[in-house]
Design a binder for this molecule. Structure first.
Ligand code: PEP
Ligand code: MN
Length: 346
């Protein structure tokens, strides 16, 4: 069950509702929204009686039973898409948002050049890893705080917002000091200590699907973050492991449509890690727009042949600009269908 309190409920009113819930033998799990307190209820008991009793309380706006195991993130809980705003960019609204940049922040020149290139082509958010999850311990591990400082510099120079990965619960505070959006990588999708830490970090989160994780597991991981106090979560399909070897991963494009049915959280597609090949990125980006994702996370490097990581899947500046140009008519159709959906929802 999820209980939404009326706006501006007092502490006493909230305490009264919690007490009533506990009278029925349930456990209370509250999340304080920015505007409205929402109380999650877990346990076993007489649901119908409890719902009836709560709905009769004047300070309760809505009490709903949620059958999915993921509660706060399910469509049953909220029918309209969650909009996540950072600066002048909103993800999940009426804008298709492109996040682009190199796999790793390598040096000042590289990240400043990247920022200018992606901004000029229409991206709103700069990506770049300062903490890199590498398969080999001998590979480049990222510039860490120095990389975060360079991202900040690029933000000041271009006005772009910044998304970057955090790999450990120890670093959440540090990365949140610099980044506008924290990225949780595929390898950490089920790092529960890290997920719990994101609850109070005060920043939106982009949660990438684990390479062998189901859509339901992805949603349960998102639920961890929301249940710990942070409702600003977006999900990212980045390909999963299969027997196929032509592409680096297999893009589960249907997962985007499925997620749009199952959750109100915004859904982003990463065509770079999903394919591992730059030649395939623009086609998959078009598919992302057509299937109704809320944006893209794309790798672009000023000189892909010199990239320290993921050069083979990084677009060069020309290819990136062309992809952005070619997406425009598709994005126009995307906008129309967003308007139609909004009208149908009224
Ligand atoms: C990345 O975005 O550079 C990255 C490491 O992605 P993933 O976690 O999806 O492998
Ligand atoms: Mn990468």
């Amino acid at each position: 069950m999820i209980i939404s309190m009326k706006l501006h409920s007092t502490k006493e009113e909230i305490a009264e509702v919690k007490e009533r819930i506990e009278d029925f033998g349930y456990k209370v799990h509250s999340i304080e929204g920015e505007q409205r307190v929402v109380i999650g209820v877990i346990g076993v008991g007489d649901v119908t009686a409890c719902l009836e009793a709560l709905e009769a309380m004047p300070q309760v706006e809505k009490a709903v039973r949620i059958s999915a195991p993921y509660k706060f993130v399910s469509r049953e809980f909220r029918q309209t898409k969650t909009e996540i705003t950072t600066g002048n960019v909103t993800i999940g609204g009426d804008e298709f948002v492109v996040m682009a940049g190199p796999c790793s922040v390598e040096n000042e020149k590289q990240i400043l050049e990247s920022a200018e290139i992606v901004a000029r082509a229409g991206a709103k958010i700069l990506r770049g890893g300062a903490f890199k999850p590498r398969t080999s311990p001998y590979d480049f591990q990222g510039l860490e705080e120095e990389g975060l400082k360079l991202l900040d510099k690029a933000r000041r120079a271009t006005g772009l917002r910044i998304i970057t990965e955090v790999m450990s619960d120890r670093d959440v505070g540090l990365v949140a000091d610099y980044a506008d959006i924290l990225q949780i990588g595929a390898r950490n999708m089920q790092n529960f200590a890290l997920l719990k830490n994101l609850g109070q970090c005060g920043r939106p989160i982009l949660l990438k699907r684990g390479m062998s994780s189901t859509v339901k597991e992805l949603l349960m991981s998102a639920e961890y973050i929301v249940a710990h106090g942070n409702p600003k979560v977006m999900l990212c399909e980045r390909g999963i492991r299969t027997f196929e070897t032509v592409t680096r991963n297999t893009c589960d494009i249907a997962a985007v449509a499925a997620l749009n049915e199952l959750t109100h959280l915004p859904v982003i597609l990463d065509p770079s890690h999903a394919t591992g090949k730059r030649s395939l990125v623009p086609a998959l980006a078009r598919a992302a727009v057509a299937i109704g994702s809320d944006g893209l996370l794309v790798e672009m490097h000023p000189h892909p042949e010199k990239a320290i990581s993921d050069g083979a899947q990084s677009l060069d500046p020309k290819q990136f600009a062309k992809m952005m140009e070619d997406l425009k008519p598709y994005i126009e159709l995307w906008k129309q269908s967003r308007i139609e959906e909004a009208v149908a929802a009224v």
